[in-house]
Design a protein around this ligand. Structure first.
Ligand code: SF4
Ligand code: SF4
Ligand code: SF4
Length: 191
């Protein structure tokens, strides 16, 4: 598949640059330990093995037939089944210097990420609407969500440093307030 390099250049800018629109920021959330997105698209055969083996059913074939994570259905346990089922890009990504650092054990033990992402809570959050809720905090195993008294009732705040990207908060949230988007890795940005 041909790569749109001008579009890729937009994606590879750091997210902190304010001139980027939300659409320009968007990268698909590929399964954990995937290659950079352009490389992923080039190498993925759309065989759907990763979809079939994910017991959490959070991998779907999305636009163009390529796999993406859907945290509306559940959370990633970092079980590695998708990595092991794929003889193409996942195997290579695990051998890649950058991704090798993010083995499941390191994700759990050292807080390193299986993929690069941003996670935000929008204003539809019930707590921000002054309706008491702390479902997200209760489900977060890594204790990355804390409740802050910013209004008359506590509202959730995420520590991205501690967040593993498991997505458990996404599916549990009754108001679908969590927005997760993929980022280009620091490696690809030359950072
Ligand atoms: S690591 Fe396991 S739970 Fe996570 S997407 Fe892959 S198969 Fe699914
Ligand atoms: S689960 Fe959703 S609605 Fe409830 S506090 Fe968390 S973000 Fe807000
Ligand atoms: S995605 Fe992050 S904030 Fe949400 S439950 Fe998982 S570790 Fe916690």
């Amino acid at each position: 598949m041909a790569i749109n390099h001008s579009r890729r250049a937009l994606f590879l800018r750091p997210f902190s640059q304010p001139e980027l629109s939300n659409e320009q920021r968007y990268l698909p959330l590929r399964p954990p330990w995937s290659l950079e997105d352009d490389d992923f698209i080039e190498q993925c055969t759309q065989c759907s093995q990763c979809v079939d083996v994910c017991e959490e059913n959070i991998i779907k074939l999305a636009d163009g037939g390529y796999p993406e994570l859907d945290f509306n259905k559940g959370e990633c346990t970092f079980c590695e089944a998708c990595v092991n089922a794929c003889e193409k890009q996942f195997t290579q990504s695990v051998l890649n210097t950058d991704h090798k650092k993010t083995s499941p054990a390191l994700v759990k033990n050292q807080g390193l990420k299986a993929f690069y992402f941003n996670l935000e809570i929008d204003d539809s959050c019930l707590s921000k609407q002054k309706i008491s809720c702390q479902s997200c905090q209760e489900v977060c195993d890594s204790r990355s969500i804390s409740m802050k008294w910013l209004t008359s009732i506590p509202v959730p705040e995420i520590s991205l440093e501690d967040c593993t990207g498991c997505g458990a908060c996404v599916s549990i949230c009754p108001s679908s307030s969590f927005k997760m988007s993929a980022l280009a890795s620091p490696n690809s940005l030359g950072l």
